[in-house]
Each structure stands twice: as C-alpha cells, then as structure tokens.
Write a protein that binds this ligand. Structure first.
Ligand SMILES: [Zn+2]
Ligand SMILES: [Zn+2]
Length: 348
C-alpha cells in the first residue's frame, strides 16, 4: 500500500472535543498486519476520556482512541505467514513481552514492558508484530464483528471472576450495572451462582440487568444497598461481592456486603491517589478475602472469544446501538445522556 494513502480516524482533542479527521493510513512493515476495522465497541474507559478529556497515565492528547475492535486483514508485512489477507480477526489491546519477570512467572497482565494498542475508531488499524504473535485471533464465521469486539472486556471480566473463584450455588452481589457489571453478571451465572444481586443508581440499567438474568436488583438511590444485600442473603452477606464501578466509596461499600469468610473482588479502577479504609476486624475475625484485578492475559482473550463463539456467553444484548464512524461524537453524547444504552458499535 502506498504511504500517501489516507483514512478517517476519530481524534480526541479535549473534553467532548472529538473530531473525525483524515489521517495517514498506517504503513505495514516487517511482521505487522493492517486490518480494516469492521466494528469497534465503546467502553467505559473511552467514555471517561470523552467526558474528562484525559485518563491518567493512559493517553496524551490529541490522540486516536478505541481499543475493542474486530475486522478484516487487508495487508500483511514481510514474513507474516499468519493471518492471511481476507481473514476475519480481532487483536489486542495488549501484548505482553513474554521475557520480563512477570511474564516468565505467568503474570502476563502485569508485564513490565506491555505493548498497548489504541486507535480502533478508525477505518484501519495496524497490529504491531508482537501483537500478531501473542494476541491475535481468527474470528469464527458465525460470530459477528461486533460480538468479537467485546472479547476484550470479557477477557478482563473472566480473569477477575476466576480469581474470585465463584462456586456453584453461591450468592454474588455486583455493584454497578454498566457494561462491566453486566458482563460479570453473565459470567457469574455461567459459573453457577445461585443468586445474583445487582445494585445501581439507574432504574433502567437494573431493568436491563433483570432481563439478562439478575435475580435481585437494588436501586441504591432509594434503598440502602448494604442492608438490602444482607436481607436478601439471610443476613449473612453475599458469598462473593464484585465492585464494577471504580469509586473508593463503592470499594468500601463492597466490604460491608460480604459474608464472613467471603470474597470481595475490587474490579473497577479508581481515580489515582485514592485510598480506602478496611476494618481490621473484618479481615481478621471476618476472615474475608479482598482481591484486586488488573487487565487480562492472552490466554483469557482466547478463552473469551471461544466462549462468545460457543454461545456460552451471549454478548449480543450488550450492543444496544450501531452507528457510523462519522457519527461517533453523537454516539458518545448518547452514552453520556442515555440510560438505556450499554455499548454502541461503531462501524467505520
Ligand atoms: Zn474496554
Ligand atoms: Zn513482560
């Protein structure tokens, strides 16, 4: 492909300053792969970038963004034997180095030299050579590009749920019915949770959670989420509590919802330099396990795509709207105001 070719890409300049511009189409070099993006799904992180104009430590403006995507290979660099041109693939958004101490002990999510890939809200995206090798998968023909794009958040959720070790017959309380909380709901159900309680401040989201299989919902605007969770678990508290918002206040609330001997998964990423208070009695006499979870691994990406492909986890309902790349700003405005939209698929 000639270097002077152009493409459309969404660039974020600042708070709600999102422009679709003509930029140079990436040139493919040794080991790299160029993909025509067929679908990119919106995510909480992207919405934060749109609303706040920044996400600490993640981006410098102006920049391309978007990291959940799937598409079709249009060009491959020298020495790329796989994937082939025309193949439907998804990749990224991370590729561990496989060499550092974290990688060598299997903690790929904590790689000290992690390669990240942003820029899915564009007509084309280039997969770097390392990512072609460690985190690119072919999409089975019966799986839509939109569904395949959701592999990324599902991979993160799977790893968290595995760490929380949800057991058959357990009660699970999930704080937050946004896209991540809803994915936790779908996964916890498959892991055998007997009762899933979801809390949120927005009634429409709770209604959506009930449609997806939540057994009980609590509107924390009108009811005390801790009291109600206790009441719904014979006053013991939930076996597993998952925080899927990312606020210190709800991280602390999660600790009050768990039963003795239970597990709290603090999943949502909080703003930097924040702290929470933990009762020593809760940890000691309560014998509670508190778990953190960051990102995911190539193995979980593969597993997530397989679970979508097999129909085990149906992510289709989470895509509540589709739109074109040129209307991406409207899409993020919609996500800011709409209470019913979960994820919007951008089709360049
Ligand atoms: Zn995401
Ligand atoms: Zn590494």
């Amino acid at each position: 492909m000639k270097s002077n070719e152009k493409m459309l890409a969404a660039m974020i300049y600042g708070i709600k300053d999102l422009r679709v511009e003509e930029v140079s189409r990436p040139e493919v070099k040794h080991g790299e792969v160029l993909v025509k993006v067929k679908a990119a799904t919106t995510c909480g992180t992207d919405l934060k970038i749109f609303q706040r104009g920044y996400v600490e430590g993640v981006i410098k403006l102006p920049t391309v963004f978007g990291h959940e995507w799937a598409g079709e290979v249009v060009e491959t660099g020298e020495d790329v034997s796989w994937p082939k041109v025309g193949m439907r693939v998804r990749a990224g958004n991370s590729a561990p180095c496989m060499r550092c101490r974290m990688c060598q002990q299997g903690s790929f999510n904590l790689c000290e030299d992690m390669m990240w890939l942003w820029g899915a809200y564009a007509e084309y995206i280039k997969i770097p050579a390392r990512m072609v090798l460690v985190n690119t998968q072919e999409i089975p023909t019966h799986v839509s590009f939109e569904e395949a794009a959701i592999t990324e958040p599902l991979a993160c959720v799977l790893r968290g749920a595995e760490k929380a070790n949800i057991q058959l017959g357990q009660s699970v309380a999930i704080i937050g019915a946004g896209p991540i909380g809803l994915l936790h709901l779908l996964v916890a159900k498959k892991m055998g949770a007997e009762k899933i309680i979801m809390t949120d401040l927005v009634e429409e989201r709770l209604e959506f959670a009930r449609q997806l299989g939540a057994d009980e919902t609590v509107n924390a605007q009108h009811e005390d989420a801790v009291e109600k969770t206790k009441e719904l678990t014979q006053h013991y508290g939930a076996d597993v509590v998952i925080e899927a918002i990312g606020q210190p206040s709800t991280w602390e609330q999660a600790l009050k919802m768990v039963r003795k001997g239970g597990t709290v998964l603090e999943f949502g990423g909080c703003p930097p330099n924040t702290e929470i208070r933990v009762s020593t009695e809760l940890l000691h006499y309560g014998d509670v396990t508190i778990i953190g979870a960051f990102h995911t691994t190539p193995g979980h990406f593969k597993k997530a795509l397989n679970l979508i492909a097999s129909g085990t986890i149906n992510v289709q309902p989470l895509i509540t709207r589709k739109t074109s790349l040129t209307k991406i700003k409207d899409a993020f405005e919609t996500l800011t105001t709409s209470k019913r939209d979960v994820k919007i698929a951008i089709n360049p």
